[in-house]
Design a protein around this ligand. Structure first.
Ligand SMILES: *Cc1c(COP(=O)(O)O)cnc(C)c1O
Length: 388
């Protein structure tokens, strides 16, 4: 999203921090993904940004949704999303949530362990399940390796076990790691899926759903493969590895790539100091207030309002809480004259920011705001700015 004069004026006049979103960008992202992979069905990963307006927009566009909890399911149902458009993709579900999901008509569940299949079989008999392969998460900023998914042989065992439990094993899922820079990760995963589908066939089990997961990157500071390029690798791999069967049904679960570049996080400098020869800048947002992903050193592009052409020097950038973990970057280049009251923009911060917000220390995190409503947001206007 562009930092226009209108955005700058708004940022100066309202309470910070906040995340400003542009739903037109979400729409463009949705359409681009849809056209890059023929026939793909999109399940937006709700956790990336669960604001009602974002979900409504995606519902209007025809999106389905990947959910992780009863609360997310209830929110979507109350918006009029049919249960058949929901996939319960969390591999670590509460038993009562499975029961609830089944009772409202959700029929698609993920698993990567025997015990999870048993929980599903008990509470959602005969449900459709897909099994999750583990991926290394190589060359991704937020690898999901180890915690999720399992090795191919184990997945094969799970397919057979699911059948024995009278579940309906319909497919395989994976997640290459969030913010993945290597388009060939999808190829590597699809090769494994083909191996499992072939094995299942030999057992008389016909699986045909491939859930391509999330992981598609957005532009922060490093160059990225485009959605079109990743789509090409996916399409070619499908042609190459699945010629022993009819074309599989493709699901995809984008989070970051749907909403990331549709938002900007806006924060203010509330303190600058020099200690032990190091210069510190403290903001009103930090690790506990929207910038959680920086703890794995995810690098946002930063813009300090009105100081774009000022010479930069290295600072430590930290958040406002009384916790030493609340350091955004140990070293980052900022304008040398940055000071109290300056507005700082974290570009492409529409994903995994507002939803990671805590009220730690009683400090309010970023609120959400939309570009088409900024003229109306009297509720967030600052009437007096102290000290500046
Ligand atoms: C978080 C998540 C996603 C979205 O991942 P992105 O990297 O943000 O695209 C997709 N699927 C599952 C199961 C997830 O947990």
């Amino acid at each position: 999203m562009e930092i226009t004069t209108k955005v700058r004026e708004f940022a100066q006049s309202v309470r910070t921090p906040f995340v400003l979103m542009d739903l037109d960008t979400v729409e463009r992202n949705y359409k681009k993904l849809k056209s890059s992979i023929p026939g793909v069905r999109i399940f937006y990963a709700v956790k990336a940004n669960s604001h009602l307006r974002v979900l409504k927009k995606l519902h209007e566009l025809g999106s389905s949704f990947d959910v992780a909890s009863r609360t997310e399911i209830e929110k979507l149902l109350s918006m009029g999303v049919p249960a058949s458009n929901l996939s319960f993709g969390n591999t670590i579900k509460r038993e009562e949530d499975i029961k609830f999901a089944k009772s409202v008509g959700v029929d698609l569940f993920a698993a990567d362990a025997e015990m999870e299949l048993e929980k599903i079989a008990r509470n959602a008999p005969n449900a459709k399940v897909y099994l999750r392969i583990g991926m290394g998460g190589t060359d991704s900023d937020w690898p999901l390796s180890k915690k999720f998914g399992t090795n191919i042989d184990h997945v094969k065992d799970l397919v057979v076990y699911a059948k024995r439990l009278d579940l309906n094993p319909v497919g395989v899922s994976f997640h290459v790691g969030s913010q993945c820079y290597d388009k060939y990760s999808w190829k590597e995963a699809l090769m494994k899926v083909a191996d499992i589908f072939w094995f299942a066939r030999l057992q008389g089990i016909r699986m045909n759903i491939i859930n391509l997961g999330g992981g598609m990157p957005i532009k922060y500071v490093r160059d990225i493969p485009t959605v079109e390029e990743i789509g090409e690798v996916i399409n070619e791999s499908i042609e190459e590895f699945f010629n022993f069967m009819d074309r599989p049904v493709l699901f995809i679960e984008p989070g970051r790539s749907m909403v990331g570049d549709a938002g900007v996080l806006v924060s203010r400098v509330i303190l600058r100091s020099t200690k032990d020869m190091k210069d510190w800048v403290y903001l009103d947002a930090g690790v506990f207030h929207g910038l959680m992903e920086t703890i794995e050193d995810l690098r946002y592009e930063l813009v300090v309002d009105g100081k774009e052409n000022v010479v930069c020097k290295s600072f430590t950038l930290a958040g406002p809480t009384c916790d030493s973990v609340d350091v955004i970057y140990d070293e980052v280049d900022l304008p040398e004259n940055i000071t109290l009251g300056d507005i700082i923009y974290f570009l492409n911060a529409g994903a995994y920011t507002v939803d990671y917000n805590t009220k730690f220390n009683g400090i309010e995190g970023p609120y959400m705001c939309f570009i088409d409503e900024i003229d109306l947001r009297e509720d967030v206007k600052i009437t007096e700015m102290i000290g500046s």
